[in-house]
Ligand binder design. Structure first.
Ligand SMILES: Cc1cc2nc3c(=O)[nH]c(=O)nc-3n(C[C@H](O)[C@H](O)[C@H](O)COP(=O)(O)OP(=O)(O)OC[C@H]3O[C@@H](n4cnc5c(N)ncnc54)[C@H](O)[C@@H]3O)c2cc1C
Length: 744
């Protein structure tokens, strides 16, 4: 048995302020047998306390966002980037947008709140909501760019006079005076009641004085009824000029909360006990803005979500072990510091307040300290991708024993076959595989599949298999299928059928079933789209997930694309950017940015079917898919295959190579795939490599690709009809020239 097998699924939905603490806590002290999964819509989750500082220009985007991919890698958490749309509580599953549900034994929700734009007519069209904050960050960067050369007068309205609205109005005012200094700036704060209505009158007075000093117009006790293009309409009939409108009104519950059937408060937020557990489901916890602690209602503020982190982590551990939960009482009075955008801040606690530059420095210190906990790797090195196994396979650990006893775990050892009943249930969940030309497929009881090859067609076959490099089994299933079908598409063939070889980590039967289902569901999405029937396979247990396919395709032999056949004058085209090898090498070490990983995955999940059809249609002379040998290795194969008597070489334009975001940066930092040194052997086939030694894209030539693009020699007059990038040209190989000649 390898350490402690996986026994229970703890699933966190939303990378909110409390959940980042849970990740850290479980990373520092993993619970043997527990698999921790975070499902998050946004890979970069904002820290609300620093967002006004970001708007004011004091912080960069990175400084006030937590990269969940890195945090997950450091803490051994399985990260699934997806949006939850509901719960199937009977089957204990989280329903997700555009992909199959994910199962849980224990669930925690920290998804924040939704913007409440519906109450103001025209807001959805003409205003920027500050929720989701992740979206605000991106939109603000765009807004700043647009305002940089502004000379015309600019009026901005902020609707909502709570702490968030006041702070945002001050931050916007400060920033706009810096970036659009030639324009006349007017910022107006409009609020239904008084500003900072939950605070003492003395605090409101202090804040009104600050706003007046900064010439920010404040309109209190006025509701905005409508937002038109350039105008705000108030309930007393007033119309205000507003080129830009930001809505910071009270957050509302997300529409899907109600459909979960969980008890809600009167505003639609999840009702929870003082232990943070749902009042109606012992398997569900909820925290932060999305929940209301019925015994201790508090304002919807990030400070409470932050404080709930430690008691939540503790109670999740207790719940997993069947122990009594501990109630948590949040503070009634708390320190609140509102930045005023100009390197000053106002601190309040009850009726007490203090203002000044040092208060801002104090807030800055508190916020940066909090962020460091989640933006920097923990001191203790975490074990990558091994959330369930502590460094010492401590089965003696009492917690693990208790969980094992709970579940009645068996362990078949590596290489054991997945149980027949598991397989039957998974196949039933996947449903029948579409595709034609299959006489005997998965639905037949026979020992092997039987397929028909129509007259005039040839069968092309290929096989691929590899270990997982990401911990989202559905996405891995998609990538593995795209990778395997790449060979068929590169031949100009149509995928026909496939046999799968799937390995899932040894775990409790329910978890293995879930993993196998997710792997095959991802693969099936790609196979189904390609019209490729899944006709059989083999599944087994192993130390880690792995997936491969033997694929069949059909092609008219006369129209099959081959590796050889490059013609002088052809343009060399590639259909996907390069860099998957270096990005996942860095991701394994927890240093790649989450957005780079997400973009690389999106590219790898993209089937090459459309590209292959285009290439066949324009009469492409030669084609291959770029995979493990890297661009240089596969290009060398094409040149070699083109053969004697027709010697060609390729002028390759390094500048033109399409690269995934982050690839060049990671190479510059010294990262590379473990296969890169092997691929570098192709360097002797390249002229001009020494002169190009410092070129940032040179290492891309040797970067191994997973589910890479097609590399094709296209007639020069056809390049406009192919969705790809021209990276070189086929030329005659003259005396003394190598296979590849670098041009820049
Ligand atoms: C401008 C502004 C300034 C503020 N300043 C402060 C302040 O200084 N101090 C303070 O205490 N409060 C502040 N607040 C309030 C604060 O933003 C919220 O109270 C806080 O963000 C709530 O934290 P949370 O953990 O509940 O959720 P959030 O921080 O909103 O995090 C929710 C997470 O869940 C993810 N998510 C959302 N929906 C889904 C889904 N369906 N599936 C999967 N993932 C999902 C999101 O991507 C996000 O990562 C401010 C608010 C605003 C608007």
């Amino acid at each position: 048995m390898h350490g402690v097998p996986l026994l229970k699924d703890l699933v966190l939905v939303g990378g909110g302020h409390a959940h980042v603490h849970v990740l850290k806590s479980f990373g520092m002290k993993p619970m043997p047998g527990v698999r921790l999964t975070l499902i998050g819509r946004d890979i970069e989750t904002p820290y609300s306390g620093m967002i006004p500082g970001f708007v004011a220009g004091h912080y960069s985007f990175d400084e006030c966002h937590i990269d969940l991919a890195r945090l997950a890698a450091w803490t051994g958490t399985r990260l699934i980037q997806a949006e939850a749309t509901g719960l199937d509580r009977i089957n204990r599953q989280v329903l997700l947008k555009d992909r199959p549900p994910v199962s849980y034994d224990l669930l925690s929700l920290d998804v924040g709140a939704a913007p409440s734009l519906d109450t103001i007519a025209g807001a959805a069209l003409h205003a920027t909501p500050v929720k989701p904050i992740a979206e605000l960050g991106r939109r603000w960067l765009g807004f700043v760019e647009r305002m940089k050369d502004r000379r015309d007068p600019l009026s901005v309205a902020v609707i909502g006079g709570g702490a968030g609205g006041v702070e945002l109005a001050l931050a916007i005012d400060h920033r706009l005076r810096q970036i659009a200094s030639d324009a006349r700036i007017g910022v107006t704060l409009v609020t239904r009641g008084e500003i900072l209505s939950g605070n003492a009158p003395s605090i409101r007075k202090a804040m009104r004085a600050i706003l007046a000093r900064r010439s920010i117009q404040v309109i209190e006790n006025a509701s905005t009824t409508e937002i038109e293009r350039g105008t705000l309409v108030l309930d007393d009939g007033r119309r205000l000029d507003a080129d830009e409108v930001f809505v910071v009104t009270e957050a509302s519950a997300m529409p899907w909360f109600a459909a979960t059937g969980l008890p809600l408060d009167d505003r639609g937020f999840f009702a929870v006990e003082a232990t943070l557990r749902s009042t109606g489901d012992e398997h569900v916890f909820a925290v932060g803005d999305c929940a209301t602690v019925l015994d201790h209602p508090r304002p919807k503020a990030g400070v409470f979500a932050v404080r709930q982190g430690p008691p939540l982590a503790d109670n999740l551990r207790r719940a997993l072990l069947g122990r009594k939960l501990k109630p948590f009482t949040p503070q009634r009075r708390y320190l609140s510091i509102i930045g005023t955008g100009d390197d000053h801040a106002l601190a309040t606690r009850g009726a007490w307040s203090v203002e000044g530059a040092w208060v801002w420095r104090w807030k800055d210190h508190i916020d940066r300290k909090w962020m460091r906990m989640y933006r920097e790797p923990p001191a203790r090195a975490m074990q990558m991708n091994a959330p369930a196994a502590p460094p010492d396979p401590a089965l003696a650990d009492a917690d693990a024993r208790r969980l094992l006893a709970d579940i009645g775990m068996r362990c078949g050892g590596c290489g054991a076959k997945v149980g027949a009943s598991v397989l039957v249930r998974v196949l039933a969940r996947l449903g029948p595989s579409p595709g034609s030309g299959v006489t005997l497929g998965l639905d037949a009881p026979d020992d092997a599949a039987m397929i028909e090859v129509p007259a005039g067609k040839a069968l092309v076959q290929s096989v691929d298999f590899f270990r997982t490099f990401i911990d989202d089994p559905f996405a891995f299933g998609e990538v593995a299928a795209v990778h395997a079908l790449g060979d068929v598409w590169a031949m100009g063939a149509r995928p026909h059928s496939a046999l799968a070889l799937a390995v899932v980590p040894a775990a409790a039967e329910r978890l293995m079933e879930e993993d196998l289902f997710q792997l095959l569901a991802g693969a099936r999405r790609v196979l189904d789209q390609a019209g490729c029937a899944l006709i059989g396979g083999h599944s087994g247990e192993g130390p880690e997930a792995a997936l491969g396919f033997s694929v069949n395709g059909l092609v008219d032999p006369a129209r099959a694309l081959r590796k050889g056949g490059l013609k002088i004058g052809d343009k060399l085209m590639i259909t996907k950017p390069l860099g998957t090898g270096v990005i996942f090498a860095a991701a394994m070490r927890g240093v790649a940015r989450g957005t780079w990983i997400a973009a690389a995955l999106a590219s790898m999940r993209q089937p090459s079917s459309a590209a292959a059809e285009e290439l066949v249609a324009v009469g492409t002379h030669a084609c291959t898919d770029v995979t493990g040998f890297g661009l240089a290795g596969h290009l060398a194969e094409m040149i070699r295959a083109t053969g004697r008597g027709d010697e060609v070489s390729v002028d390759l334009d390094l500048d033109a190579l399409p690269a995934l975001a982050g690839a060049a940066e990671l190479f510059a930092q010294g990262f590379a795939s473990s296969l890169q040194p092997e691929n570098l052997r192709a360097r002797h086939l390249i002229d001009g490599i020494d002169a190009a030694a410092a070129h940032p894209k040179l290492p891309l030539l040797f970067d191994p690709q997973t589910a890479g693009g097609l590399l094709a020699a296209v007639p020069a007059d056809a390049v406009d009809r192919v969705n790809g990038v021209v990276i070189g040209e086929v030329v005659a190989r003259t005396e003394g020239r190598s296979f590849i000649h670098l041009i820049r």
